[in-house]
Design a protein around this ligand. Structure first.
Ligand SMILES: [Zn+2]
Length: 379
């Protein structure tokens, strides 16, 4: 009796998009709206694989304030060179590749648009690839669990493109040896970032994914007696309705970046580390007067399970309202039509689980996905 648990991960396939356009409806799969974790994919993906919240698995944002361990020390000199050379995306991407090679990082690494003069204040979190066993230091992942339980599995190579990934999964399934495959499909996320979640491009991409997933599932059915299909995602995607230049608001207060405070401007939130309590009070006062977002309290950070005793991710967080972007930010210099990273309870933040199996009532959050994996594989 050969059984396969096939988990198809679709980056950013949110509940709202599913409600609007439908997905794999012909297969009449069971459906569940799942709550995501606060933050970006760098927090949500480890939450799925570990079945734990960020305050337990310790992965949250990619850039952390840690000048002592910064791999970018000395890079501020690049800021003195003409910006038209170094600020181009391709050039920054090549510098990212070089840093990655020098430091032997195996995880996803990108410099985005973090200004060179600020880079030495930060360290980069994802040095190791957490899709391979031992990738998360603080806890195990489902892949560690498979190794411990001698379960043959296959996890897609996220460095490859979607076509390659599907081909490689088919290859693995054709051998009918793996009991668990993690099919990683990243493309919908970029389609929605660039076109907006409610767009013809999204609809076309969903049709394309439906065909490909149905094909892979039917193929697996020929080789296995039983195939459990789960379609999962990390978070949704909100349509962008406007932007606000938080960095200029803070800059205008005239404090010294590095001496008075340090800030990291993500696409949907600004994080601050304070060197001076008067500066903290002045900046927070100003931020509290804005209506584009709010300063998240410590109590709420704890409730959202993203509070850490070591403030490497930030002392204070300013979160934008759903649909608003920080622009410019350290993650990009233009306003794009779709974004995620808002409050987990914002309507477009919710993620999804679809399955040809019953989904137990206690599966409510992306941190519960792992429970379904373990129970599938324990049978
Ligand atoms: Zn994304």
């Amino acid at each position: 009796m050969k059984k396969l648990a096939m988990y198809v991960f679709i980056d950013a396939l949110g509940w709202e998009i599913y409600e609007r356009y439908g997905f794999l409806k012909e297969m009449a799969l069971n459906e569940r709206k799942l709550r995501t974790t606060f933050g970006f994919s760098s927090a949500a993906d480890p939450s799925i694989l570990s079945g734990r919240y960020p305050d337990e698995h310790t992965h949250w944002s990619c850039f952390v304030h840690d000048p002592q361990n910064s791999p970018f020390r000395g890079m501020q000199i690049l800021a003195k060179l003409p910006g038209f050379i170094f600020d181009r995306w391709r050039v920054r991407h090549n510098i990212s590749k070089l840093i990655k090679r020098i430091h032997s990082y195996t995880g996803y690494f990108e410099l985005y648009t973090v200004p060179f003069q600020y880079l030495p204040y930060f360290d980069y979190l994802e040095k190791k690839d957490y899709f391979i066993p031992g990738g998360i230091m603080a806890t195990d992942t489902i892949f560690d669990w498979c190794v411990d339980h001698d379960i043959p599995y296959y996890c897609s190579n996220w460095r490859h493109n979607e076509e390659q990934i599907l081909h490689e999964n088919k290859q693995v399934i054709s051998e009918a040896n793996a009991e668990f495959v993690y099919v990683y499909l990243p493309k919908l996320d970029s389609v929605m970032h660039n076109n907006g979640p409610y767009s013809d491009a999204t609809k076309a991409k969903l049709n394309d994914l439906e065909t490909k997933i149905t094909d892979l599932y039917r193929f697996a059915q020929k080789l296995y007696n039983e195939v459990s299909l789960y379609v999962i995602s990390d978070h949704g995607m909100a349509p962008v309705t406007g932007s606000y230049d938080i960095k200029s608001v803070v800059d205008r207060l005239g404090f010294d970046f590095g001496k008075d405070y340090v800030a990291f401007y993500d696409s949907t939130m600004a994080r601050f580390w304070w060197k001076d309590t008067r500066v903290k009070a002045a900046v927070l006062d100003t931020l509290n007067s804005l209506d584009c977002g709010y300063v998240v309290s410590t109590e709420e950070l704890k409730r959202l399970r993203v509070w850490f005793p070591d403030p490497k991710y930030g002392d204070s967080y300013f979160l934008m309202n759903e649909g608003l972007l920080l622009n410019p930010s350290f993650m990009g210099l233009k306003v794009i039509p779709g974004m995620h990273g808002y409050h987990p309870d914002a309507p477009n933040s919710y993620s999804i689980m679809l399955s040809n199996r019953e989904i137990p009532a206690d599966i409510q959050s992306i941190t519960d996905i792992r429970k379904t994996m373990e129970s599938e594989l324990a049978k």
